[in-house]
Write a protein that binds this ligand. Structure first.
Ligand code: ADP
Length: 402
């Protein structure tokens, strides 16, 4: 029976999971799947290796499916597919590790209580991430539960990079620029260390451009700045999130439009960004296919904010040896990448646009002062690697990838 590490990303109505086997010191992914519709009519879908996706409804008994029932379905499916599965560790994506966690942690009762105290910092995600931990503990009582934080990679920022210009008491009670997408940045930096060790030791900017989007400045392997702040709303515009916004706009919405906190939350998290600006879609592919001016405006705004933030991060780094683009947009959207990276020769970025069009790994010209790479991120694998490392399993470090 195979020893398995499971990764879980639990949201309000969905759980994404991946299962890995430790094979001769390497993590080999066995399966990837998702249960959506939790809280109601839930649906399970999963893919084993390169197999076709299988899917089935989970609510045959007409009971609203909760996180624990969803994980029981994962366990049953894995046992059937693997002819028995021994889950030895479960790695959880936890959005918030508060001010102090700069590494993953083995979860026990006291730590779970502490992670609960961070719920006000991320009320849309943290409670569900923790529900996932509790459910996994019920389903896999012998397995270690490991919390891997989106904030952890940024936790060694200097005070100046973490604070707002508010009275100190707000910083002390936790109103800080935390930064997110840390698991993606850590994965990318580990890949870079393995494949481009000289670049990895230098000044690196990573643009994680997906449905959620942010950028990070990394100097000698350490995050020194992020475009995201107290919440995952700040910085770049995203699929449905607004990105940087004058707080005066929020005051206006409250005072003049009499909008409630819930209504403003909905607007800024779910109905802004590419979707809100275009009125069409949060998906770059839809906007590129559209002839509407609003679709073009949304893409142009996105590109312009990435370029502005790139400039800011480079100033913070004092130069740029390497720029990495990742995430669904960074990895695939040839035209958006082209718009972001053109006319930056003065800045030290010389792009080989033919290489960009071919989605090559290195898309800068030979001799470009800044090397520009496209790398595929894998947050699940990063979580699995952290979990294996905390369990002291043999050399499962990314990028020892099977
Ligand atoms: P998430 O942040 O949800 O993990 P992803 O990193 O998967 O999102 O990015 C999803 C987004 O990537 C899509 O909404 C779409 O905008 C963009 N995308 C994916 N493939 C392409 C493509 N071939 N061309 C342009 N954009 C793409």
């Amino acid at each position: 029976m195979a020893d398995i590490i499971l990764t879980i990303n639990a949201g309000s109505s969905s759980i994404k999971f991946a299962a890995y086997e430790i094979d001769q010191g390497k993590l080999a992914r066995l399966a990837l799947g998702e249960i959506d519709g939790i809280g109601g009519k839930a649906h399970f879908s999963a893919r084993k290796g390169n197999d076709e996706k299988t899917g089935f409804d989970l609510d045959q008994s007409h009971i609203a499916v909760d996180h624990r029932m969803a994980l029981t379905a994962v366990m049953d499916w894995l046992e059937k597919e693997q002819n028995g599965a021994n889950v030895i560790g479960v790695g959880h994506r936890v959005v918030h590790g508060g001010p102090d966690y700069c590494e993953p942690v083995l979860v026990d009762t006291a730590i779970l209580a502490q992670l609960r105290s961070f719920e006000p910092l991320a009320p849309l995600h943290q409670p569900y991430n923790l529900a996932g931990i509790e459910a996994a503990h019920d389903c896999f009582p012998k397995a270690a539960q490991v919390a891997c934080f989106d904030t952890a990679f940024h936790r060694r920022h200097p005070f100046i990079a973490d604070t707002y210009a508010l009275p100190r008491e707000y910083y002390d009670e936790g109103v800080r620029r935390y930064g997110f997408h840390g698991l993606s940045y850590e994965f990318i930096h580990r890949i870079l260390r393995h494949e481009e060790p000289v670049l990895a030791r230098g000044k690196v900017a990573v643009a994680h451009l997906g449905n959620g989007a942010s950028m990070c400045a990394i100097n000698s392997g350490k995050s020194v700045g992020s475009t995201m702040g107290f919440t995952a709303l700040d910085g770049l515009p995203m699929g449905t999130r607004c990105g940087q916004l004058d707080p005066g706009v929020v005051l206006y919405l409250m005072r003049e439009k009499k909008m409630s906190a819930d209504e403003i939350t909905d607007l800024l998290y779910k109905n802004s960004g590419l979707k809100g600006m275009s009125g069409i879609s949060n998906d770059v592919r839809d906007l590129e296919a559209s002839t509407e001016q609003s679709a073009k405006d949304a893409l142009d705004y996105f590109v312009s904010r990435v370029r502005r933030n790139l400039g800011g991060l480079c100033a913070e780094l004092g130069g740029l040896d390497c720029l990495v683009l990742t995430g669904g947009i960074g990895e695939n959207a040839v035209n958006v990448r082209k718009a972001i990276l053109q006319n930056l020769e003065w800045f030290g970025i010389q792009i080989d646009f033919a290489a960009n069009a071919r989605n090559e790994r290195i898309i800068s010209e030979k001799g470009s002062p800044t090397v520009v790479l496209i790398l595929k991120t894998d947050e699940e694998r990063m979580i699995a690697a952290h979990t294996a490392e905390l369990l002291n399993l043999k050399e499962p470090l990314v990028p020892a990838i099977a």
